[in-house]
Design a protein. Structure first.
Length: 371
């Protein structure tokens, strides 16, 4: 990969002869794997604003909203448009942030997680090749979005970006958490044939051991789907449906015949808005969900093992939801759930983190950066 990047950085300089198109925006998320996250929400508004919008995907048969042009990720066409667009938007590290861009081009990294839970970048990866790539990426990055002050403070060191490039805006994908739904719950219920009077509990664990891992092969006791459903029914006096969402770096095996596998659903944010209760672990989706002040629980039977391999950036006691080390403890936490205590814990974390989320991130970014 290092050799490919070095060659690209030399060869693509020929495209410096092509004028930069001030109206062109090229976006991608998760290295072309999804039409999602903050690049999706920026692209939707940019099309409305009359911009020339391109979105790079590995699967070019993906159906996108009218006005958004699809590029094959890492194709020559993708590279050409990257080198000639005024604005490039990404949400993770990869080859896209390592190209030889010109000074007048603007690279925006929206990142793919809110809050500050796990260390990242140079704080986690120590190889020489990683640090070299981070230096190149850091110099290329015009703006790196931050959801909160705790995250913003880490960026210059962890991602090798300048202090000036840290943009304290919140994440465009989380504007949806302030939208009051806008028919999203109905959309999700219709997609999975869920009666609208049913409660929805979303289980969304983070990845473990890379892209080949399955949540069923993680070495700890899997979450007890039936127990969760029964505990929720008793506590909230309504029936629930259990929805499972695998992390994008995990094999999307389902948990149980009594769970809906929503791993292929196109937009995680819509699932978060549609759900009444979240169960996660170390995933930053707890940040997104907490912005709605809804009930949540963290099922973390492998807490000590996970922390040994993925050190945390903040104390788990300060996280927005209660940690449960076993199915039995999860059942007890659900049964004794207190809404006021839940909201108080959420407000505490948002306050100590210095949240920038206000539902207007997309508007601010387009107006102040891309105008």
């Amino acid at each position: 990969m290092e050799h490919i990047i070095s060659i690209l950085r030399i060869v693509l300089r020929v495209l410096w002869l092509v004028p930069i198109d001030d109206n062109k925006v090229v976006l991608t998320a998760y290295n072309g794997r999804q039409f999602g996250c903050s690049p999706k929400y920026l692209s939707l508004q940019l099309v409305k604003d009359g911009r020339d919008v391109y979105y790079a995907l590995q699967n070019t048969s993906t159906k996108l909203p009218n006005g958004i042009k699809i590029l094959k990720y890492r194709s020559f066409s993708h590279l050409y448009h990257l080198m000639t667009a005024k604005y490039i938007v990404i949400n993770s590290s990869g080859i896209t942030d390592l190209l030889p861009y010109r000074r007048k081009q603007i690279l925006i990294n929206t990142w793919h997680g809110g809050g500050y839970f796990k260390i990242m970048g140079n704080d986690f990866f120590v190889s020489k090749s990683h640090k070299k790539n981070r230096e190149i990426s850091g110099k290329n990055t015009s703006y790196f979005l931050a959801s909160c002050e705790a995250f913003a403070k880490q960026l210059p060191r962890a991602m090798s970006v300048s202090e000036e490039s840290v943009y304290r805006s919140g994440l465009p994908r989380n504007d949806l958490m302030y939208s009051r739904g806008d028919g999203i719950r109905e959309k999700v219920c219709d997609y999975y044939h869920i009666p609208e009077n049913m409660g929805i509990v979303l289980y969304a664990p983070t990845y473990r051991d890379g892209i080949t891992a399955s949540v069923n092969e993680s070495g700890f006791e899997p979450i007890d789907v039936n127990m969760v459903l029964e505990a929720l029914r008793k506590r909230f006096n309504r029936d629930f449906v259990f929805v499972f969402r695998a992390h994008h770096d995990m094999i999307p095996d389902n948990l149980s015949e009594n769970a809906i596998n929503a791993s292929d659903y196109s937009d995680m944010q819509e699932l978060l808005v549609a759900s009444d209760v979240l169960i996660s672990d170390y995933s930053s989706c707890m940040w997104d969900f907490s912005l709605q002040r809804k009930p949540g629980f963290l099922y973390v039977p492998d807490l000590h093992e996970y922390e040994a391999g993925h050190p945390f950036g903040t104390k788990t006691d300060d996280w927005p939801y209660l940690l449960c080390l076993s199915n039995a403890e999860l059942s007890r936490c659900i049964s004794s759930f207190n809404e006021d205590e839940n909201k108080s814990k959420i407000e505490h974390y948002l306050q100590i983190s210095g949240s920038f989320e206000d539902g207007h991130a997309t508007e601010k970014i387009i107006k102040e950066i891309m105008s």
